[in-house]
Design a protein around this ligand. Structure first.
Ligand code: DC
Length: 229
């Protein structure tokens, strides 16, 4: 039996880390968890329950209602990834919408939200054989992960990829709107007090700007093989 390790993938918004994590997980038969979906799920709950007023989260109220938020994942054979369920409702499509993207980084600054989600993420990883992507996976969630990747790409390329994705889904937006949201989120994610996005010293950097998806996967697979040896 081959050893099952833990793989942590961190990086800025829309750098391709989820796509890479998903394809690597499929290749090596690991569970893939997109931790950003969980922050997006909490954000959607807050938006639906008027817990964000004029862009400002009502932190106390959110903390008091955390126990009302039940998040779970269910594998979707069509997309080859797990869909997020919020209180038993499939919200995978809704959490990708620009209004959720516009609010999620603020919700992700709340210490109690992070504590609760990190606890759930750590439980998912107790048996290894997991690839999780996010912002604090190598630094906070799985600091002992055997393989840590830090994925990057230029701002323009990341914004273009995200814009193309949204247009494909029929969402009305502009390149500039997507670009501005991405830069703003990076800023908040990197400078927040609670577990900011950092590149840990043991993480291996993969710059996806000029790599095809296949090249990224080959590189990650090679690093995985080295890690299990
Ligand atoms: O990966 P994503 O763009 O779907 O993440 C959405 C937001 O959630 C992002 O702006 C930062 C936050 N996030 C986080 O703070 N920690 C994580 N582990 C994952 C995401």
């Amino acid at each position: 039996m081959q050893k099952k390790i833990t793989i942590a993938i961190d990086g800025y918004s829309s750098c391709g880390k989820s796509t890479l994590a998903k394809s690597l997980a499929k290749k090596i038969n690991y569970i893939f968890i997109d931790s950003g979906a969980m922050y997006r799920g909490v954000t959607l709950y807050c938006m639906r329950n008027q817990l964000i007023e004029n862009g400002t989260p009502s932190t106390e109220k959110i903390i008091n209602l955390l126990n009302e938020i039940n998040l779970s994942f269910e594998y979707n054979t069509k997309t080859d990834k797990a869909d997020l369920f919020l209180n038993n409702e499939n919200v995978e499509e809704l959490i990708r919408m620009p209004d959720v993207a516009a609010n999620v980084s603020k919700i992700a600054t709340i210490k109690e939200v992070r504590q609760r989600l990190v606890e759930e993420q750590q439980k998912m990883g107790v048996n290894g054989g997991i690839i999780m992507d996010g912002r604090d996976i190598g630094s906070v969630v799985f600091p002992a992960a055997e393989l840590k990747l830090f994925v990057t790409a230029s701002n323009e390329i990341r914004a273009q990829r995200r814009f193309d994705e949204l247009i494909d889904k029929g969402v009305q937006t502009t390149f500039q709107e997507v670009y501005d949201n991405l830069v703003q989120r990076d800023e908040l994610d990197s400078n927040r007090i609670e577990s900011p996005l950092i590149q840990t010293s043991d993480a291996i950097v993969i710059d996806t700007s000029h790599l095809t998806r296949e090249e990224q996967l080959n590189l990650a697979y090679h690093l995985y093989q080295k890690a299990i040896d």
